[in-house]
Design a protein around this ligand. Structure first.
Ligand code: SF4
Length: 191
């Protein structure tokens, strides 16, 4: 989506309703911890940029999300990173949101990190728990888990899209990018 089409206050509801599991997981962690580590901020920050959040709204979003810290600390330690994502600091590259293959194959999360791809980086029991907690049926969860177990991570995510969007009649293209998942989900609401 074009920059400036989504405001800070809309992010949570839009992510909960339309984002893939990797980004819902980061959003949940951010709300729970009121913080995300650097790699999670990058993965999620570039994703919400791709949703259509301007840099001004991104700064509002992150300031509000990191509610345990002072304005001073936020300005000193975090606003640079947000502006960096938008190419306003450092190397001044207008960074793009990460693709699935980048998220799946590079920089795996360590303990305490929340970035990465749940279909690749969660243990199978944790993935199972999450799917069932999201009210995905036992049968559907088993199909998704089998794909993840066989290392077909993006197909697991594609199947996840299909079972969580039963109104989708067209055959889903394989998920290659978190923002593709998001846009396809959002479009179903608009149709
Ligand atoms: Fe996110 Fe891609 Fe993994 Fe789906 S396959 S959860 S969109 S990284």
């Amino acid at each position: 989506s074009a920059a400036g089409t989504v405001s800070a206050q809309d992010v949570d509801a839009l992510v909960q309703r339309h984002a893939p599991l990797c980004m819902r997981n980061l959003n949940d962690s951010l709300k729970y911890d009121k913080h995300l580590k650097h790699d999670g901020r990058l993965q999620f920050g570039l994703f919400i940029k791709g949703m259509g959040l301007s840099v001004e709204e991104a700064l509002v979003f992150w300031r509000k999300a990191f509610s345990n810290i002072s304005d001073d600390k936020f300005q000193k330690e975090y606003s640079y990173n947000v502006r960096y994502n938008y190419g306003l600091e450092g190397k001044r590259v207008n960074y793009s949101p990460y693709s699935c293959s980048k998220i799946i194959t590079s920089n795996p999360p360590s303990t305490g990190d929340n970035h990465g791809c749940p279909f690749r980086h969660f243990s199978l029991p944790n993935l199972e728990t999450r799917l069932l907690r999201d009210n995905i049926s036992r049968t559907d969860a088993d199909q998704i888990l089998a794909l993840a177990r066989d290392k077909h991570y993006q197909l697991a995510c594609t199947r996840h899209f299909e079972v969580t969007h039963p109104q989708s009649t067209a055959r889903m293209d394989a998920i290659e990018h978190p923002n593709q998942y998001y846009e396809a989900s959002k479009k179903l609401d608009e149709d």
